[in-house]
Ligand binder design. Structure first.
Ligand code: ASP
Ligand code: MG
Length: 435
């Protein structure tokens, strides 16, 4: 069996749903588990609903109503007025409404997950009904019956053994009866049956969880780009599509912020040697990118830009050397506050880290260590990672920038640079002479 994942961009309107169905028609004779995200920007819209609800601005239901209407408009394009999908989808929306009508008594992250999951639940119902309508035998699966997590709301940690047992019990009988299985990305449930989410853009990861647990022969992510490129085409010209990529390379890229795949996706696939294809839903015949264990050592420079970084220069108040016990405390604090350290460097009396700039967490961090440390912070920075760098690629990327901090380890170069206009495309030939 194979696992396919379709993201929000592929399901943003009725034409998108029809296109997904036409892609799936080609696989009619295969066993497929299809993982879908919420339609278009639904998750962002639901986040606004949650914020309005928790702050009790009085706008939550209105925002929710608008989102419902966008779904119904798509459905009116896809189905006859009396199709039973309308009541199925309505039931799901109503569950969300019940929550929104109560006073928000529980913690934010918990409430977030109970409401935001509606996006994936309704999109999967719409896709299932549409496939059924076009003559593809399809069953809807509640991912929460399979994906089991702890109760870290908004960042659920998968409990693998239980998830695997669930998957192997529930999914194969559906496939063996000739059904496609359509399920939700991004969501799971705790042992008490509360909904959790796996972190923003987590549907890729869900597809990897299903692939791993069911020993899929391959997984495919269908996107609006031709495959994995060697840099973000919104930022750079002359990008190159990579035909093949090793798991290791993909992990390095996504860890440092390449947004093409969710960073947690690769590891479960690598553990079972399941190839991952990144393909275009706009050009389904094109080969895309294959990510697998096959080594390809002739990569062009691969550039990842992670914006909105901060540098923290940390030194001891008593001018003592920054020693292991200090670092142990600093890292423990960073871990507790979920501050991810992208880069670090120390000298005798100071220690510098590059971290994503999440203001409330960083100010909390600085406050909590202020008994022992002094911190100087620089904001509005970018972390540029170049894998397989060449001197030419480095020189080109440094043009017009102030480099605050750089480091090279084997084939990876990192540099933290100062503020570059956000949407400007850089006319840099990052492939250099290798293109
Ligand atoms: N719908 C969720 C999000 O937008 C999950 C995903 O798209 O992967 O974050
Ligand atoms: Mg999405």
């Amino acid at each position: 069996m194979k696992v396919f994942k379709f993201g929000g961009a592929s399901l943003k309107d009725a034409a998108g749903v029809k296109n997904v169905a036409s892609i799936l028609q080609r696989y009619k004779n295969e066993q497929l588990v299809i993982v879908v995200s919420a339609m278009g920007k639904t998750t962002n819209a639901l986040e606004e609903v949650v914020a309005a609800y928790v702050k009790q601005t009085g706008k939550a239901l209105e925002l929710y109503e608008a989102l419902k209407e966008r779904h119904y408009a798509i459905m009116r394009d896809l189905f006859e007025a009396d199709d039973e999908v309308f009541s199925l989808v309505n039931d799901t929306f109503v569950e969300g409404e019940w929550m929104l009508e109560e006073k928000p008594a529980d913690n934010y992250d918990y409430l977030y997950d109970q409401i935001v999951c509606v996006g994936e639940l309704v999109s999967s119902k719409i896709v299932t009904a549409y496939l059924y309508k076009t003559g593809i035998k399809t069953q809807w699966l509640d991912a929460r019956d399979v994906v089991c997590t702890d109760n870290t709301y908004r960042e659920g940690w998968v409990i693998w053994e239980k998830t695997k047992t669930n998957a192997q019990k529930i999914v194969p009988p559906m496939l063996e009866q000739g059904y496609f299985v359509v399920t939700q990305g991004f969501i799971g449930s705790t042992s008490e049956n509360f909904t959790t989410t796996l972190g923003r853009e987590g549907s890729d990861y869900s597809a990897a969880i299903f692939s791993f647990c069911l020993d899929a022969e391959s997984m495919s992510i269908w996107k609006d780009v031709p495959g994995v490129l060697n840099a973000d085409p919104r930022l750079f010209e002359n990008t190159i599509k990579l035909d093949r990529l090793s798991y290791k390379e993909a992990i390095e890229m996504t860890y440092y912020g390449a947004q093409v795949i969710h960073p947690k996706t690769i590891k479960p696939l690598q553990n079972k040697n399941i190839p991952l294809y990144v393909k275009s839903f706009l050009d389904p015949e094109a080969p895309g990118t294959e990510i697998s264990s096959d080594m390809e050592d002739n990569y062009p420079p691969i550039v990842v830009v992670e914006k909105n970084q901060a540098l923290l220069h940390i030194s001891t108040l008593d001018y003592s050397f920054v020693a292991e016990q200090h670092m142990a405390r600093l890292f423990q604090k960073a871990a507790d506050l979920r501050i991810f350290v992208n880069m670090m460097q120390n000298t005798a009396i100071s220690f510098t880290i590059c971290v994503p700039n999440v203001p409330d967490r960083l100010s909390q961090f600085i406050k909590e260590i202020s008994d022992e440390f002094k911190v100087k912070m620089e904001q509005d920075l970018e972390l540029i990672t170049i894998r397989h760098y060449t001197q030419e690629s480095i020189d080109n990327l440094k043009k017009g920038k102030i480099v605050l901090f750089e480091e090279r380890i084997r084939s990876t170069m990192h540099m933290v640079v100062k503020n570059v206009p956000v949407i400007e495309r850089r006319e840099v030939d990052i492939a250099g002479s290798k293109a």
